[in-house]
Design a protein around this ligand. Structure first.
Ligand code: NA7
Length: 550
């Protein structure tokens, strides 16, 4: 085989584990189960939190819930699990998803191999032994053959360096570092900074409790109704009896949902015809308008404008004050090129007397945090609590924060200073035996996450099984395969409207972050990406090089 190098004689060193997994959310938990229970490897997981759950452990802000339908926002690898778990709502709340993950941890006996409250601070490849050394903030230093990052795409919180933040006399909370015993907003004057998907969930809830709420908006969003509700028992039963079908459909779909584009240009429809379709999607709620619209939505500005105009009308007809409505209407980017927030009474909330919108472009941007509140556009807004809903250093942030050093001490964060460089979003040249679940340049955040997580976990498990069967000591992406992948991801993205928008998909929300499209929008969807990854494996891991046992 051409891509196998005969192994150089390696020094021997004590191996603590076959594999180390970083993170115990959806990804890390399934990775542990797969490597330990299917391949019988010795595995440990380091998790910074005190419990499993990842995203659902940290994000406890009011209104936190997932935006994917619950029957597909879950593991599908175990039929018994699918049958025994019952979701209460279309989009379950944070605490229900956390209970589900707790249940999975119990069911698969995962906790005994998870080390909680340990944050990984350094991950170093030793070329003399071909082993990784992983260090934690609690002083652990352990060696393993493989390191698998399961750190999530949206886990490195972004707290912008607002001038004066430390001087604020009230309380401030980032939504992803929310106190476990909650925050009482009653009788309080509250500020929310940000109007992304998180804030869109939190604002209506906070407005119901707080004495007064001031929302600081930098960029308005095209929100569409979630239409959450209890799961109908008949519908749940029908889905349970068809999970084999559901699994197949979401695996082969475009975005990991049971949604597909309308195979037609919106420009080829009459106003009546498309209005009817838009109304149908609007009434259905969820991501239909975003991910199951006419197929040219993401490619043609002219097509995009038609659906954007439909949504602008919805905002105008919901918000009573026309001046406020205009502030809430996005005007600077095409619809769908920022993450679609799903809302429950978001625009209606701005009709409440106790809610004030401060818009950066018309009222002036935030200038500083003062001891009493927030100064924007030359005016001070006094508040008792500031909710910082400013999102994340998406996709690259969590990996750059791990202190990963590969061959010759090369630092991942340094290699990625001009943007991520990966092969398939799964591996990085110069970093052997390192796998990145839902890493940058994989579909990840542009898909229903559990579907992409399961695909990566299963691919990595098969790869490690292959290596052990064939006595391969290391696997590493080649620089050529990586360069071609990086170019391909960029080329596909450049053919869409996504790259012209300031979004976290582009890294534009973080000052100084290189502007690169971070996920992979596979032209054949997540089904096509899955097929591509499988074919690469079938061809003896094309684009990778192995070293053999010496
Ligand atoms: P997002 O979507 O990144 O939203 C963050 C919001 O905070 C957004 O409105 C930003 O405005 C705003 N922001 C960020 N930095 C600043 C500064 N410096 N000043 C004022 N406003 C700022 O994060 P979310 O937590 O809402 O959602 C993240 C994902 O989690 C979500 O998409 C789901 O996938 C789950 P901007 O639009 O950048 O102008």
């Amino acid at each position: 085989m051409v891509n196998v190098q005969s192994g150089a004689q390696k020094e021997s060193a004590k191996l603590d584990f076959d594999a180390i997994i970083i993170g115990a959310g959806f990804s890390g938990m399934y990775m542990l189960h797969s490597l330990r229970d299917k391949l019988a490897l010795k595995v440990t997981v380091f998790e910074a939190g005190n419990n499993v759950g990842g995203t659902w452990y940290w994000n406890r802000y009011p209104g936190a819930r997932c935006d994917s339908d619950s029957y597909i926002y879950c593991y599908t690898f175990d039929n018994h699990l699918l049958q025994e778990w019952n979701w209460s709502e279309r989009y379950p709340e944070q605490d229900e998803i956390l209970r589900y993950l707790e249940h999975c941890a119990e069911r698969f006996h995962l906790k005994r191999d998870i080390q909680f409250a340990k944050r990984v601070v350094e991950v170093t490849f030793d070329e003399a032994t071909d082993l990784w050394m992983v260090r934690t903030d609690k002083g652990d230093a352990v060696r393993a053959n493989y390191v698998i990052t399961a750190v999530g795409s949206l886990s490195a919180t972004n707290v912008p360096p607002f001038k004066g933040l430390g001087s604020f006399r009230g309380k401030s909370y980032h939504t992803a570092q929310w106190p476990h015993d909650g925050v009482d907003f009653t009788t309080k004057r509250v500020a929310v900074i940000g109007t992304g998907a998180t804030a869109v969930q939190a604002i209506p809830e906070i407005a119901q409790q707080a004495k007064h709420l001031t929302v600081f908006q930098r960029t308005p969003n095209f929100c569409v109704p979630a239409r959450n509700g209890r799961v109908d028992p008949g519908v749940a039963k029908a889905r349970k009896s068809d999970y084999d079908g559901v699994r197949e459909r979401i695996k082969k779909s475009f975005f990991g949902f049971e949604l597909n584009f309308i195979p037609k240009s919106v420009l080829d429809t009459t106003p009546e015809e498309r209005e009817q379709e838009f109304d149908r999607m609007w009434d259905a709620g969820g991501f239909a308008l975003w991910l199951a619209n006419y197929q040219d939505l993401f490619f043609s500005k002219e097509a995009n404008d038609i659906i954007a105009d439909y949504l602008k009308c919805k905002i105008r007809s919901t918000v009573h004050d026309p001046v406020v409505a205009e502030k809430l209407i996005p005007k600077t980017y095409p619809y769908g090129t920022k993450r679609q927030p799903l809302d429950t009474n978001y625009f209606e909330t701005f009709n409440k007397k106790n809610v004030l919108l401060v818009d950066a472009s018309t009222d002036g941007p935030i200038e500083e945090i003062t001891p009493n509140g927030i100064r924007a556009g030359g005016k001070e807004y006094p508040v008792d609590i500031i909710v910082i809903a400013t999102g994340f250093d998406a996709m690259t942030g969590p990996l750059n924060n791990l202190g990963i050093k590969g061959r010759g001490g090369r630092e991942l964060a340094q290699d990625w200073r001009d943007g991520p460089q990966t092969y398939l979003g799964l591996a990085v040249a110069g970093f052997p035996n390192l796998f990145t679940i839902t890493g940058p340049q994989s579909p990840s955040v542009l898909s229903n996450m559990p579907v992409s997580i399961e695909q990566h976990v299963e691919w990595i498990t098969d790869c490690i099984a292959y290596m052990r069967r064939n006595k391969r000591t290391t696997i590493e992406a080649t620089a050529q395969a990586q360069d071609a992948w990086v170019a391909h991801v960029a080329e596909v993205a450049n053919g869409t409207l996504m790259t012209g928008t300031d979004s976290w998909y582009m890294g534009a929300n973080i000052a100084g972050k290189p502007r690169r499209f971070l996920p992979y929008l596979c032209p054949e969807g997540v089904g096509g990406y899955r097929k591509k990854c499988a074919e690469i494996a079938e061809k003896g891991y094309e684009g990778f090089v192995f070293a053999n046992v010496a």
